[in-house]
Design a binder for this molecule. Structure first.
Ligand SMILES: Nc1ncnc2c1ncn2[C@@H]1O[C@H](COP(=O)(O)OP(=O)(O)OP(=O)(O)O)[C@@H](O)[C@H]1O
Ligand SMILES: [Mg+2]
Length: 284
C-alpha cells in the first residue's frame, strides 16, 4: 500500500523538486517501488529526470483535465527498474482554471491516484511554489506532507500560511493528512546562519525535523542538466549520500509521520508554534 507524500512549500527554490527526484531515486535504489509525479507547470522535475518529447506524451495535465488513466501517463523504469514517473507540461497552468467547474475539483488527483496505491510503496508528488488548486489537490490526495526548508534568511517566513492550509485540509477534506517531516536543505555547516535556521526549525518542529540534512552541493545542482538523479550522476557526492540517508530515515519512520513517530506533538500544535513564531517576526 503506497504512502503518498506531498513535497510542498509555497516558497520558491527551496529544494522541492530536487527532493522529489532524489528522494524518489534513493528509495528506488533500495528497491522500494516508487512513483514520482510532477504537479508543477514549470516541469522542472520532468526535465530534471530527462523525460523528453513532452508534446507527444500524456502528462499529468491529460490525467487531471482529460481523464486519461494515470498509468497511460506513466514513464516506467526511469533510470532504475523501480522508478516510475508522471511528467508535467505547461498546459498545467490552465488546469487551475479548467478544473474550476469540475465536480469536487480539489479531489481530482486523489481519485486518479487511488489505483496506484496497490502498485507502489511510495508516491512522491512535487508541488508548484503556490498554495493554489494544484497544491490543494496534492494535499487532499496525500497521506503526509514533506516540507523542505532552505537554510537561508526568511526560511520560516510563510510557513504559517502553509501550516494553516494543511490544517484547513485536515479539517475539511483529508483528516488523515500528517506532517511527514521538515527537511533542511542547502545546509552549509560553515555558516552560522545555516545552524541558526536548523536550531529554529528544531525549536518549532521538534522531532519532526529529519535528522538527515541536505548540504549545499554543486553536484545536486548539476545533475538535472544531465537529466539524472544524483544517485546516478554521482553516488559518492555529499548530496547523494544525504538523500540516501533521508530515504533510510523515511523508510525507518514507516508512515508514523514525524521522526519521533506518534510520540511527538500533534501537527496542529506544531502549526500553532510555527505560526506564532512567524507572526512574532522570528521567521528566518
Ligand atoms: N542541496 C542543494 N545544493 C545545491 N543546489 C541545490 C540544492 N538543492 C537545490 N539546489 C538548486 O537550487 C535550485 C532550486 O531547487 P529546486 O528546483 O529543487 O527548488 P524548488 O523548491 O523545487 O523550486 P520551485 O519553487 O521553483 O519549484 C535549483 O537550481 C537546484 O538545482
Ligand atoms: Mg520545483
Amino acid at each position: 500500500m503506497a504512502r503518498i507524500i506531498a513535497i510542498a512549500n509555497q516558497k520558491g527554490g527551496v529544494g522541492k523538486t530536487t527532493t522529489a527526484i532524489n528522494l524518489g531515486a534513493s528509495l528506488a535504489v533500495a528497491e522500494a517501488r516508487v512513483l514520482v509525479v510532477d504537479m508543477d507547470p514549470q516541469g522542472n522535475a520532468t526535465s530534471g529526470v530527462g523525460v523528453e518529447d513532452r508534446e507527444e506524451r500524456a502528462t499529468i495535465y491529460d490525467v487531471l483535465v482529460e481523464g486519461v488513466p494515470l498509468e497511460e501517463a506513466t514513464v516506467k523504469g526511469l533510470h532504475f527498474p523501480h522508478l516510475d514517473f508522471v511528467p508535467s507540461s505547461q498546459d498545467l497552468v490552465g488546469a487551475e482554471i479548467e478544473l474550476v467547474g469540475a465536480e469536487s475539483r480539489e479531489g481530482v488527483l486523489r481519485r486518479h491516484l487511488a489505483p496506484a496505491r496497490d502498485r507502489y510503496d511510495y508516491v512522491l508528488v512535487d508541488c508548484p511554489p503556490s498554495l493554489g488548486l494544484l497544491t490543494l489537490n496534492t494535499l487532499v490526495a496525500a497521506d503526509s506532507v514533506l516540507i523542505p526548508i532552505q537554510c537561508e534568511f526568511y526560511a520560516l517566513e510563510g510557513l504559517s500560511q502553509l501550516l494553516n492550509t494543511i490544517r484547513l485540509v485536515q479539517r475539511e477534506l483529508n483528516p488523515g493528512l500528517e506532517i511527514e517531516g521538515v527537511l533542511l536543505t542547502m545546509y552549509d555547516r560553515r555558516l552560522n546562519l545555516s545552524r541558526q535556521v536548523a536550531d529554529e526549525a528544531r525549536e518549532y518542529f521538534g522531532g519532526r525535523v529529519f535528522q538527515a540534512m541536505i548540504p549545499r552541493n554543486v553536484r545536486l545542482a548539476e545533475a538535472p542538466s544531465f537529466g539524472q538523479p544524483i544517485v546516478h550522476y554521482d553516488v559518492l557526492s555529499a548530496g547523494a549520500q544525504s538523500y540516501l540517508a533521508l530515504a533510510r530515515e523515511l523508510a525507518a519512520q514507516g508512515g508514523t509521520g514525524g521522526a519521533e513517530g506518534s510520540g511527538g506533538p500533534a501537527p496542529g500544535e506544531k502549526a500553532e508554534a510555527a505560526a506564532k513564531a512567524a507572526s512574532d517576526g522570528g521567521g528566518r
